[in-house]
Design a protein around this ligand. Structure first.
Ligand code: SAH
Length: 602
């Protein structure tokens, strides 16, 4: 009688994490072929002593199949033991194909995958209610390529927990992918080496610092990486939303991240190395180092001796932030002549060349230097030095809140007045969504949430998006961002279809409908019934642009089909940019069945 092949999961390592069913087949096995170093040799003791045991690490596929074929023909039972669960990266399909061809019968027994052993070691729930209901099991490309549609940048544009097999070799690359996907720098990451084995090791961190920590741990293989807000559980829970604007990244309240382009300057060899390390943890950077260290850091731009000051002057307005890895005194001298106002100056952070201290030097709130210093300290494992009074008293200054929320301050001359009131515990009435008030100011002395401007009775007030010309006390007036939405649609598209696409695009970007002030499209669509009806329903102005105006705008995603049909390269993106007064595209074209949507910021 012909024997049988059983492909069985061995579990993650610990000998008691194999299933009873797999143990039963091992007990009657004549030949066990096990997969290398990740299958616990103790498991082989379940098989009879005289059973043959082969390590497949040294065998080709042909050799494995030949061994199975021979055994089965002789009426023997074969167990093929794969680590974890055979369905994940077990390469079992190629074996099953061969067995099918040979007409050999086989069965598959599941196992505890390393992803679940790792989650157990971390005591994590990968599908934590309120954060995510999805876990993605994947890997980054190594010798085996990963289909382009499954790159992390595309998969991880959400809050899902992502478990990565076979991906520990390039942590900086992995971090970069997640940042590009829109995950915030403070997103928790855990690396579990040899989960469930006696030498199991856990490294926890965030996207900002995990590369450095893993490098320090010496872990180079046999590790599961899990990324996602769900790992934080109760303690440091940060409810993240992933989608961000044209560049950068942020958490839902943006309070621990810095979205923007950072110029990093170093003047010593050690500093140049530190610049590379910090850049790996930030989303968008350019590094500037002296010519003579060019070989140490090939991705850096170099400058000639004595040219630092000229370089900083040239870069000053081109970057959202400047990080100087050098002594604070040098920096103060270099930037002194460039300072204008705390509303417009870029953030300046100084870091010593060992990364011990990251000092927020300039534009701590509106410019975001406090947040950037905190992020950098996270990367280098050092401390952030913050000196703004509100922050050290654990208060969120009103201009800081405006920066986090991307609000505009229409009367900045009042920033100081209301921030002082905040520090002194004076009565300030706050008119903004109640949830925000609760998040930032609920238990702060002197602050009170009000529902309308008529309720303002304090010494001062902070008011979002309301007319407060009649308020007698000092008010800080805030305005939330305004957006224009560009819409392209096929002929005869229904209003409802446009509405679904519109709502989805806004929701993905975390933009409130009330922040949208106009819609825009091509004049070819000026009599499109569904579109007109949608604009009327939303009570929004609908602006139309002709071909020449639309084509004058450079857009990231021109559509060949649109060029062919209407002679216009991009309707939704160009129209959004035009309608927002040549604003900045914050959501590139989103494609729905019959509709395209793009959003620009005024
Ligand atoms: N079928 C296996 C995966 C095989 S691919 C499973 O379900 O677990 C091999 C990869 O799995 C390793 O590179 C590592 O990323 C992961 N892995 C396997 N065993 C592991 C363990 N005990 N701890 C952490 N990661 C493990």
């Amino acid at each position: 009688m012909q024997g049988k092949v059983v492909i069985a999961g061995a579990g993650p390592g610990a000998a008691d994490l194999i299933t009873l069913r797999a143990v039963a087949v091992l007990k009657s096995a004549d030949l066990v072929i096990y997969a290398g170093s990740l299958v616990n040799p103790d498991l082989l003791n379940y098989a009879p002593q005289d059973a043959i045991k082969l390590n497949s690490a040294a065998m080709s596929l042909d050799a494995v199949i030949a061994a199975m074929k021979q055994a089965v023909a002789g009426g023997k039972n074969v167990v093929r033991l794969h680590t974890g669960d055979p369905a994940m990266y077990g390469a079992i399909s190629e074996q099953m194909n061969e067995l099918d061809e040979l007409g050999i019968d086989y069965e598959v027994i599941p196992g505890v995958s390393s992803v679940f052993a790792a989650a157990a070691a971390l005591k994590a729930e990968l599908t934590m209610p309120g954060i995510t209901q999805t876990a993605i099991l994947t890997r980054r490309a190594g010798r085996t390529p990963v289909p382009e549609q499954e790159e992390i940048v595309k998969l991880a544009n959400n809050n899902a927990s992502v478990a990565l097999f076979l991906s520990i070799a390039d942590m900086p690359g992995l971090v970069n992918d997640f940042m590009q996907a829109g995950r915030a720098a403070d997103t928790p990451v855990a690396v579990v080496y040899r989960a469930s084995w006696p030498n199991q090791q856990i490294v926890r961190g965030t996207l900002a610092n995990i590369s450095v920590k893993v490098q320090a741990s010496g872990i180079k293989r046999q590790a599961m990486i899990i990324v996602g807000a769900a790992l934080a559980r109760g303690g440091e829970k940060s409810l993240l939303y992933a989608h961000d604007f044209a560049h950068g990244y942020r958490s839902d309240d943006g309070s621990k991240t810095f979205a923007g382009k950072v110029a990093i300057y170093a003047i010593t060899e050690q500093g140049s190395r530190k610049a590379g390390e910090v850049a790996a943890g930030l989303a968008e950077t350019e590094i500037f180092i002296p010519e003579r260290f060019a070989d140490n850091l090939t991705q850096a731009t170099t400058f000639a001796p004595k040219q630092l000051m000229a370089l900083v002057r040239r870069n000053w307005r081109q970057f959202d932030a400047h990080l100087f890895i050098m002594a604070a005194g040098i920096v103060v001298r270099k930037i002194a002549g460039l300072l204008e106002s705390k509303l417009t100056d870029p953030a300046v952070v100084v870091c010593d060349e060992l990364g011990n201290n990251s000092i927020s030097l300039l534009s701590g709130h509106i410019g975001g230097a406090n947040r950037l210093a905190t992020v950098i300290a996270g990367i280098t494992g050092g401390r952030a030095i913050i000196t703004t009074a509100t922050d050290i008293n654990n208060l969120t200054a009103f201009d800081e809140l405006a920066a986090i929320k991307h609000w505009q301050i229409t009367n900045p001359q009042n920033i100081k007045i209301v921030n002082s009131m905040l520090l002194e515990g004076k009565n300030i009435d706050i008119l903004m969504p109640e949830t925000l008030f609760k998040q930032y100011y609920q238990s702060v002395r002197g602050l009170r949430w009000v529902e309308s401007v008529d309720d303002i009775t304090g010494h001062g007030a902070v008011v979002l998006d309301r007319d407060c010309s009649k308020v007698a006390v000092p008010v800080l007036k805030l305005k939330s961002m305004r957006y224009a939405v560009g819409i392209g649609c096929r002929k005869a598209t229904e209003c409802a279809e446009i509405e679904i696409a519109f709502n989805d695009a806004l929701q993905q970007a975390g933009i409130e409908q009330t922040q949208v002030v106009c819609l825009a499209s091509s004049d070819i669509k000026s009599a499109e019934p569904g579109l007109l009806k949608f604009a009327e329903k939303q009570q929004l102005e609908l602006k139309f642009y002709d071909k020449a105006s639309l084509n004058a705008i450079t857009t990231p995603n021109p559509t060949p089909r649109a060029i062919k049909e209407f002679g216009v390269a991009s309707v939704s993106e160009a129209a959004a940019i035009l309608a927002a007064n040549n604003g900045k595209l914050v959501i590139e074209k989103q494609k729905y069945a019959k509709v395209t949507i793009a959003v620009a910021k005024f």
